[in-house]
Write a protein that binds this ligand. Structure first.
Ligand SMILES: *Cc1c(COP(=O)(O)O)cnc(C)c1O
Length: 371
């Protein structure tokens, strides 16, 4: 039976030649020519001078938080409607998370709720050390507005653009608005290195510092000398080879993801798809929609039996058992993130699918969800 996954890896065919080069030159290490090239290409793509390729998106967030000197007793604000990886590194550092609800306009962090939470934190004399804004499913949050609010309180933003590589707001790439931006190249993302991530930032010096921290904070001496604690977070040169070839087809992948989205939209004219806000250009990593009558686990199960992988939208972090005592700020009586979780669904969005595949999946969805 054919399997339609949410977003399986899609190789271009050029990856193997870079992997072969790594083997031929014996650069089987977290350093080497592929890694240098991949970082250069990613930096150029974002119009920044430097970029650090990491072992995962999670490690890139961890490094960004370290650069902002987040530590024990600090607070970090984060979207509630996201994958747990967005906030885990703050917890590793002993910081206290505070979750902010979504808005219906973008499904991203609600600017009003953020402002309210910041004002309250200021009154209490305890502003957060960082705000993690997530661009979900390839779609921009109201990033300009969020940055302006954060600036008023002088709190830096880390953009978690793990799902939104190549997406734009007012013609500017996501990840370049905040103090730092992070990406993920995990197997399910729009392009992949099997596992991996990247960090970019406003200051090239900070990326240099992140590179130092990502290689065990070894001081520049002819022997091992350490003044602080680092990590082993550098991307492998072998995997960076996959990344070079994948980045070359990113624009093609975005076009295909957007075409898949449009085809689903044509097929379901009576359903609320994830919006794309004015002046933004999403990569449509996953096609997602919400249904008025909600989603049942049994429906997800039935579709899986037909080889169709659908999944609910993120279960908000403030509702996760591991975060029961974490503060949560919302502006609506019923949290927008909870509404999205209860009613929303991600559809198979693999770029290897044909238009016939998408039509067949749509027929099956219609039978299962609307009968
Ligand atoms: C995938 C993802 C991450 C983590 O990336 P990894 O490379 O898997 O560590 C972080 N945030 C979001 C929103 C993600 O989707």
């Amino acid at each position: 039976m054919k399997q339609y996954l949410l977003s399986p890896p899609h190789m271009s065919g050029q990856e193997q030649s870079y992997i072969d080069q790594a083997f031929e030159s014996n650069w089987i290490a977290p350093f080497g020519p592929n890694l240098v090239q991949f970082e250069k290409n990613l930096a150029a793509y974002h119009g920044v001078t430097d970029c650090l390729a990491t072992s995962s998106g999670t490690s890139a967030i961890h490094l960004a938080l370290r650069l902002l000197e987040v530590g024990s007793g600090d607070t970090v604000f984060c979207s509630s409607f996201t994958f747990i990886a967005s906030i885990n590194p703050a917890v590793y550092l002993g910081a206290q998370p505070v979750f902010i609800d979504s808005e219906s306009l973008t499904w991203g962090m609600c600017p009003d709720a953020l402002e309210y939470a910041l004002e309250e934190a200021k009154q209490e004399g305890k502003l957060p050390k960082a705000i993690i804004v997530v661009h979900l499913y390839g779609q921009s949050a109201q990033i300009e507005k969020l940055v302006a609010i954060a600036q008023t309180y002088n709190v830096p933003i880390i953009e978690d653009a793990a799902e939104s590589l190549g997406a734009e707001y007012k013609g500017q790439k996501l990840g370049t608005f905040g103090e730092f931006g992070i990406f993920s190249f995990n197997g399910n993302k729009i392009i992949t290195t099997s596992g991996g991530g990247a960090l970019i930032g406003k200051s090239a010096a900070s990326i240099g510092k992140a590179r130092f921290l990502s290689t065990q904070a070894k001081e520049n001496k002819p022997y091992y000398y350490h003044k602080e604690i680092g990590y082993n977070y550098r991307m492998s040169n072998v995997l960076a080879g996959i990344g070079i070839a994948q980045l070359d087809v990113l624009q093609e992948r975005i076009q295909k993801k957007r075409a898949i989205f449009e085809q689903y939209q044509q097929n379901f004219q009576d359903v609320a798809f994830m919006p794309e806000i004015a002046s933004s250009f999403g990569n449509r990593w996953l096609t997602t929609f919400t249904l008025q009558r909600g989603v049942q686990d049994q429906q997800v199960q039935h579709l899986a039996e037909k080889g169709i992988e659908v999944r609910r939208l993120w279960k908000p972090l403030h509702t996760q058992p591991v975060f029961t005592d974490v503060p949560f700020y919302k502006r609506e009586e019923k949290a927008v993130s909870v509404h999205l979780y209860e009613n929303g669904m991600c559809l198979p969005s693999g770029t290897i699918m044909t238009t016939e595949d998408v039509d067949w999946i749509s027929d099956q969805l219609r039978k299962e969800l609307f009968n």
